[in-house]
Design a protein around this ligand. Structure first.
Ligand SMILES: *Cc1c(COP(=O)(O)O)cnc(C)c1O
Length: 464
């Protein structure tokens, strides 16, 4: 048989790793060191220069050097300085050095973390991280964790698990019988729930008309007095950290009612679950360990890189049963196959980022970071308030809602701040008002940065 060798691949096999990795490490240093000297949002000319990517895929391969240079010269300039110290958009965590290093090494290894057999290292680190997280959050022993791309995915896994658990208890095995003809399940959600709650619910078969919405109070917490009667066919979804106000639902009360009724409680703790690791802040999360499942992001409060979320479930077998791949397969034996804890199979080894972030902080560092983010959010709010801006929420965690006189002026102010290059803040709508939303989520933000930003608010108001 004639052996075929692609000349292109032959060339690729001879990559000049020494020179090319050096190019990348030089870029990494320039980017990281320069991040606070550049405009936080890319300038118009840099966005326009992204047209350099508008090329037809060439027939001939590009040199690695050329690929790297295109990314460095044009790609990097069109990025948003989210890893810098004056980005307050959405709920965007910074990038801890330890977590970045973990990620880079994991990417060099390029492991498939589906199974123990495909990567003993990743299976081990998943096992260790699961234990660490259970301890950090003071969750019941044997709580399981699955590592996914973010809270939207984690929620999908958790709500599927809750749905299947409740149906199983009614004698309906979803894995065998599917959903057509299944008994009714009641879903209860606070009106302030994150949009990904609705997304997950609709994917798993609960359209918005089927969901009972409970009104929220002035801070976005579920109104316990207006909750419908819960029963053993109910799944209720609470939230640790309203995406606008940062408010926490009253877990202790709702969980005790729900437990009494035999309902399944899920808590969306995308960024707020971390309050639980700080003894002073844990008053916000009181009773959170009474729930059945939780989701959170590592790429928010923990400051691990994107994309990193975790689903946690008190009943390990319920999660495994819902995420199974065939029959009623339950993982037996000593080794962990990560794919049975999530809806995915092949995955990058994202758990290494989380492990490295936790190693780099220690449990003390995690607790201190949560506290710092909170105090800095309050510092920001007080500074703005002293300058005449209205703060619309109680700053219980890391989110601050700012209003200036009227919707139109607030919106205009937000746009000016966004194009100032000094900082970046996003907008939202809260209780019918257009607001500026500040999220203090990065370890990089200093008090000095906040002072600079407050000055910028004052400066931009003059231009309104
Ligand atoms: C960010 C967020 C989500 C969605 O998380 P992703 O990581 O973007 O999937 C869900 N709920 C809340 C409260 C959030 O802040």
């Amino acid at each position: 048989m004639e052996k075929y060798i692609s000349p292109i691949l032959e060339n690729i096999r001879n990559a000049n790793y020494e020179a090319e990795l050096l190019l990348i490490s030089n870029h990494a240093l320039d980017y990281i060191k320069g991040i606070d000297k550049r405009s936080v949002y890319p300038e118009r000319k840099d966005i326009e220069a992204l047209s350099n990517f508008d090329k037809k895929l060439a027939k001939e391969p590009a040199l690695n050097k050329e690929i790297i240079n295109l990314l460095v010269d044009y790609g990097s300039k069109g990025t948003v300085a989210q890893t810098g110290s004056r980005y307050f958009g959405f709920v965007t965590g910074g990038l801890l050095p330890s977590a970045l290093y973990g990620r880079l090494i994991a990417d060099i290894w390029d492991q498939n973390s589906a199974m123990y057999i495909s990567s003993p290292t990743v299976a081990k680190i998943e096992e260790v991280c699961e234990k660490w997280l259970v301890e950090l959050f003071s969750f019941p022993q044997d709580t399981a964790a699955g590592f996914v791309s973010g809270s939207a995915s984690a929620m999908l896994c958790a709500l599927t698990t809750g749905r299947n658990f409740l149906l199983n208890r009614l004698g309906w095995d979803v894995n065998k019988k599917g959903l057509f003809g299944a008994p009714d399940i009641k879903v209860v959600v606070g009106e302030g729930a994150h949009s990904t709650v609705w997304k997950a619910l609709s994917i798993i078969g609960f359209g918005s008309d089927l969901v009972i919405k409970v009104p929220m109070d002035s801070e976005g917490r579920i109104r316990v007095d207006l909750m419908p009667k819960l029963d053993s066919r109910t799944m209720i979804i609470l939230q640790a950290g309203n995406v606008n106000t940062g408010a926490f639902d009253c877990f202790e009360k709702v969980c005790s009612i729900a437990k009494e009724a035999g309902a399944w409680v899920h808590i969306d703790g995308a960024f707020g679950l971390w309050a639980q690791v700080n003894p002073e802040m844990a008053k916000l999360t009181k009773g959170i360990e009474l729930a059945d499942s939780w989701n959170f992001d590592a790429h928010k409060t923990l400051n691990a890189p994107y994309d990193s979320g975790v689903v946690m479930c008190k009943d390990r077998s319920a999660l495994l049963n819902a995420m199974q791949m065939s029959g009623d397969y339950i993982v037996a034996g000593a080794n962990r196959d990560g794919m049975f804890y999530t809806h995915e199979m092949s995955r990058r080894a994202r758990v290494i980022d989380i492990w490295a972030a936790l190693m780099g902080l220690g449990s003390l560092g995690v607790a201190e970071m949560v506290q710092e983010l909170h105090i800095k959010a309050r510092y920001f709010a007080e500074g703005l308030s002293a300058e005449g801006f209205e703060i619309l929420n109680e700053v219980v965690f890391n989110q601050v809602l700012v209003y200036y006189k009227e919707d139109k002026l607030t919106l205009e102010l937000m746009k000016q701040l966004q194009s100032s290059g000094v900082m970046w803040v996003g907008g939202s709508t809260w209780q019918g008002k257009r607001v500026i939303r500040i999220s203090v989520s990065s370890y990089r933000i200093t008090y000095n940065d906040i002072d600079i930003c407050i000055k910028e608010f004052v400066k931009q108001v003059v231009n309104l």
